[in-house]
Design a protein around this ligand. Structure first.
Ligand code: ZN
Length: 271
């Protein structure tokens, strides 16, 4: 049977906390076998690791310093990250990290320094790295071309770059994951970009609780009015359905493609 894996989400997010047991069992019932849970700052790495320990069959932990959180870092953030990487020896990944010029007052020089350190750590241990990039593609390309990259490649999560950049990023080792937010009609450029992605480099993700897909792709929703506008991670099923339409391929074919790609990029013990 084909497994269905979410390449990028934030299940540890406090907004999910009260409903987490129900969310996990809904994901399980929907056939989602694995998901990569991404920390974004030192304060949440412990939560990500604890969640992975409690759900070792489903959750793959990843810890990163997100560009939006760069200013919150302590002096020894990199030592903390490195010691977790060494202690877990291959069972924790790097990210979410990256570059963002879209945010209010982007501190791009700081972001570059922090991202380059995380890229170096991922390269040293050949770990999967999940990269966030908004309006900083030129800078990202330059860094990727001039620094060591993990031998296994890297994941551009929720890829929203131009179609023209795809071949160059793919040649450098890029994988690209599609999120439900981009199922919106007006996101034609992203659809075009995904038509250009080599079949062995495409993945799917929810980025839940964010990146809510448009109607009618919100098949799953959270229980209370306070959480109703959040993206349920079981909406991954709709992400596959919508991307199959965009690529004009059968959903079953896309399912096996993304599953194969997930398993060749992320080291997952299949049991
Ligand atoms: Zn994310």
């Amino acid at each position: 049977m084909t497994t269905l894996c979410d390449a990028h989400n934030h299940l540890h997010d406090v907004r999910f906390l009260a409903e987490l047991p129900g969310i996990l069992s809904t994901m399980h019932d929907a056939g989602i076998t694995h998901c990569v849970v991404n920390g974004t700052c030192e304060g949440d790495w412990g939560h990500v690791m604890a969640l992975a320990r409690a759900n070792p069959r489903m959750i793959l932990p990843s810890i990163g310093l997100h560009p939006w959180k760069v200013s919150t870092r302590s002096d020894n953030w990199l030592e903390k990250m490195t010691s977790t990487v060494i202690r877990e020896s291959g069972r924790v990944f790097i990210g979410e990290c990256g570059l963002d010029r879209w945010m209010h007052k982007p501190n791009i020089e700081e972001q570059k320094k922090v991202f380059i350190s995380q890229l170096a750590l991922a390269s040293e241990y050949n770990l999967p790295i999940s990269i966030h990039c908004l309006k900083a593609w030129g800078t990202l390309l330059e860094i990727l071309k001039t620094h060591h990259r993990p031998q296994r490649g890297f994941l551009l999560h929720s890829y929203g770059g131009s179609p023209e950049l795809v071949p160059e990023l793919a040649a450098l080792g890029g994988y690209f994951s599609f999120s439900g937010y981009f199922l919106r009609e007006e996101k034609k450029k992203v659809h075009e970009a995904f038509r250009r992605i080599p079949p062995d480099r495409v993945m799917v993700e929810t980025d839940a609780p964010d990146m809510l897909p448009p109607e009618p792709y919100r098949k799953y929703s959270l229980a209370t009015s306070a959480t109703h506008s959040l993206n349920h991670p079981a909406n991954l099923l709709s992400v596959v359905e919508g991307l199959a339409k965009i690529l004009e391929i059968r959903e079953s074919h896309l399912r096996s493609l993304v599953s194969e790609n997930f398993h060749s990029f992320f080291p997952v013990e299949l049991s």
